[in-house]
Design a protein around this ligand. Structure first.
Ligand code: SOE
Length: 401
């Protein structure tokens, strides 16, 4: 694993829990975690259960005993590490968003496509796809539960920047993060909308806003990369410029014709990690809320008049995706489980390719998603929103293959 911030901790939990809970067709050995500071990375490796730590990612990526490279660094280094890993024949799991620019994402997707012909997998870490309720929502929509999709409403709201003295973490610097709320959390709701509806975003009209333009420079520790606790934040601290958006609002047209609204913000006071996704069709509607992630609200518009209403489906049964491996019916899951499910699917896909050879792609492709091609599709939407915002919210077509 390259990187060891907040996402490094989350991925480590995934790598450790997946083989402990699920029957996997291959053994998982948490070999080495890489970071720039030898002492800090050694401490995290020991804490999270990795056998070794190292400071030179190139050396690690070249090692014969490494099969999978998991990239949890800020977006600015995703392309370089992923391209090197794919060239060395390693399977890659890369945190979202895929890259910091469209060009990098396109290069990564094309390298992944070449690698796929050699049985090498590349997956983007859009973990919320693997929240059981979200995977189930996709199944219900595919089965026709909402009928023809007429409208979508997606919002991802956080509030860790409301305090104007919150420090200038890497997530607020374009060279590290690519964009702000747009790429960090907007990318999640773009991916989830594509995932649950099976449709692409074809054109967008957006606005980006940087609400606090300057912030205190962080101290030595990078913390979890979010605002609070990342360093001294007094009035005397030297200030630096925020070079990304704090909030992103956009409207999109989906390939099936429906209109969709997206809101990604770090300024929604009181909303810690609130993500809602609602899909409305001519036969019904389904709503998901990350703060209540074991539940879907499902409305059947074909029910008899007078009996209509949102039904609460508790997604904790063995019949639901991923759930059966965990606890008895009714025992809920949380944020970290998606990281385990991601590992489960990646390992299953890798083992299947290893068993059948690269010529048998159907099964691995069904489980190893989203591909880098899908990561690129999200990146195209991010780029189109930025272009639209720069043109005064003009409608901009999302680039296609
Ligand atoms: C910060 O906004 C963040 O950690 C995102 O980077 C993650 O992708 C999301 O899971 C939680 O919030």
């Amino acid at each position: 694993m390259i990187g060891h911030g907040f996402m490094g901790a989350a991925h480590s939990v995934g790598w450790r829990q997946a083989p402990a809970v699920f029957e996997l067709p291959a053994a998982v050995e948490m070999a080495v975690v890489v970071g720039r500071d030898a002492e800090r990375v050694a401490a995290d490796a020991a804490h999270w259960g990795w056998a070794e730590s190292a400071t030179d990612w190139r050396e690690v990526v070249a090692r014969d005993d490494i099969d999978v490279v998991d990239i949890v660094t800020p977006g600015g280094s995703h392309a370089e590490v992923a391209l090197a890993a794919l060239a060395a024949g390693k399977h890659v799991l890369c945190e979202k968003p895929l890259a910091n620019s469209l060009d990098e994402a396109a290069e990564m997707a094309s390298a992944a496509q070449e690698a796929a012909a050699r049985g090498v997998h590349a997956m983007v870490g859009f973990t919320y796809r693997r929240v059981p309720a979200v995977t189930f929502m996709r199944q219900l929509i595919a089965e026709g539960a909402v009928g023809r999709i007429r409208q979508v409403r997606a919002a991802y709201q956080q509030d860790w920047l409301v305090d104007a003295r919150a420090p200038l973490a890497w997530r607020l610097q374009k060279e590290h993060a690519g964009s702000g709320a747009l790429g960090d959390i907007g990318a999640h709701i773009i991916d989830m909308t594509r995932f649950v509806t099976g449709q692409e975003l074809t054109e967008v009209s957006g606005t980006l806003e940087t609400i606090v333009a300057e912030r205190p420079l962080p101290g030595s520790g990078t913390g979890h990369g979010l605002g609070a606790g990342a360093g001294p934040a007094g009035e005397e601290a030297p200030m630096g410029r925020v070079t990304v958006d704090d909030s992103a609002y956009f409207t999109a047209r989906l390939s099936g014709g429906a209109l969709a609204s997206f809101e990604a913000t770090r300024f929604a006071t009181g909303k810690k990690n609130a993500l809602t996704l609602e899909v409305f069709g001519d036969a019904g509607a389904i709503a998901f809320d990350l703060e209540d992630l074991n539940r879907l609200r499902v409305y059947d518009a074909t029910a008899p008049a007078g009996r209509q209403g949102f039904t609460q489906v508790i997604v904790t049964s063995p019949e639901h995706p991923y759930v059966g491996a965990w606890w008895p019916d009714g025992h809920m899951l949380g944020y970290e489980h998606g990281f385990s499910h991601q590992v489960v699917d990646l390992v299953r896909g890798i083992a299947s390719s290893a068993a059948h050879g690269p010529g048998a792609p159907i099964e691995p492709e069904a489980v190893v998603h989203p591909s880098f091609a899908e990561g690129l599709a999200v990146q195209r939407v991010l780029a189109a929103v930025e272009t639209s915002a720069a043109r005064g919210s003009a409608w901009v077509a999302v680039e296609r293959e």
